[in-house]
Design a protein around this ligand. Structure first.
Ligand code: HPA
Ligand code: ZN
Length: 339
């Protein structure tokens, strides 16, 4: 018997990181772009990372295959279809416009394809999704501000801004202007912090960028005062366990700080980050945690409930999703009690 997936919101997924090698090859052929191999399995074999930068090098190189609106549409639809099967009812999806601009792809092409995939997926799959525009930290603060200004004509097509790419050496303090501008434009604000960078990066993201969620944030556990701050303010952390293992932010899954974060009362949510590269979608991440740490149904329900609490959704919509989590929990408890 297959058990239905937990209903969840996925709040930390890079659409570019959902590019499976099968689609990578198909797009390379469609657009006549050279790849090291045209065998999806051989390409996947190359995904052996030692840290964040070793992943980013391959991830950015692969994005040369994305050329047309149809490519971005296919990428978006493929993710949303897989995510829907994983139990995702709500997705807040990162994208990296600066990468595509550098490849000569204009913003209207990127927005055109991604937005159409979101609209179609809502209609055909019933999944709710929105975009979050991420700034690439390694390109600096001025480039971030210019990217945001260039995206103003598309303001109705994204709900927030984020900060990703190489973390160490590119602290949140470089991006205060871009984030202040985003706030003035009424956009939500999130940032990767505390993935490879230390607790100081998390403090900066909160204090200088005014972020509403912290992406990853796992190194916050090194600083008890920061843990207390995150707990007290119930700042959501979007944690991606399989990513953390693949990029060696944690030596093993068993050494992951997730149990400590839950025990500390932090508002932890689970996401897949770059599922095509890290071996799994959000359901795989949840299954891996459950197996590794023996999480019980109530703890799994907490993770699912947290994801909707942390979503950028109206309260009534959050409540409706949280009721679905409760129903799922009660169904599982009935099953295990044999009732
Ligand atoms: N960290 C930083 N930048 C990224 C990531 C990540 O995990 N994935 C895609 N861009
Ligand atoms: Zn990420």
């Amino acid at each position: 018997m297959t058990v239905a997936k937990w209903p969840v919101a996925e709040l930390h997924v890079h659409i570019e990181g959902t590019l499976e090698t099968e689609l990578l090859v198909a797009l390379a052929r469609r657009n006549d772009v050279a790849l090291p191999s045209y065998d999806p399995d051989v390409l996947r074999e190359l995904y052996r990372f030692t840290d964040l930068q070793s992943f980013l090098d391959i991830y950015y190189a692969n994005l040369a295959v994305l050329r047309t609106e149809a490519d971005f549409y296919d990428l978006g639809m493929a993710y949303l279809t897989r995510a829907s099967a994983a139990g995702v009812r709500r997705a807040e999806i990162f994208f990296d416009p600066q990468t595509h601009l550098a490849n000569g792809i204009q913003l209207d092409v990127v927005f055109g394809g991604l937005t159409r995939s979101l609209v179609d997926a809502r209609e055909t799959l019933g999944i709710s999704a929105d975009l979050i525009l991420c700034f690439l930290r390694h390109l600096g603060g001025q480039a971030a501000l210019e990217t945001l200004e260039a995206a103003i004509p598309f303001l109705d097509q994204f709900i927030g801004v984020g900060l990703d790419s190489a973390e160490v050496g590119f602290p949140p303090s470089l991006f205060t202007e871009a984030f202040a501008k985003a706030e003035a434009l009424g956009l939500h604000r999130v940032a990767h912090a505390g993935e490879e960078g230390g607790p100081d990066y998390v403090y900066e993201a909160l204090d200088l960028l005014g972020v509403e969620r912290v992406d990853h944030g796992i190194r916050a556990v090194e600083d008890p005062r920061l843990v207390e701050l995150l707990r007290e303010r119930q700042i959501p952390l979007t944690v991606c366990p399989l990513s953390n293992v693949c990029l060696r932010a944690t030596p093993t899954l068993g050494a992951h700080p997730l149990p400590a974060m839950l025990a500390a009362g932090l508002l932890v949510t689970i996401s897949s980050d770059d599922p095509a590269y890290f071996g799994g979608y959000v359901d795989d991440n949840l299954d891996a945690l459950q197996n590794e740490f023996g999480l019980d149904h109530a703890q799994m329900a907490t993770l699912a409930r947290n994801s909707f609490r942390a979503a950028f959704l109206p309260e009534a919509e959050k409540r409706r999703h949280i009721e679905a989590v409760q129903e799922h929990l009660e169904g599982l408890l009935r099953l295990t009690s044999g009732a």
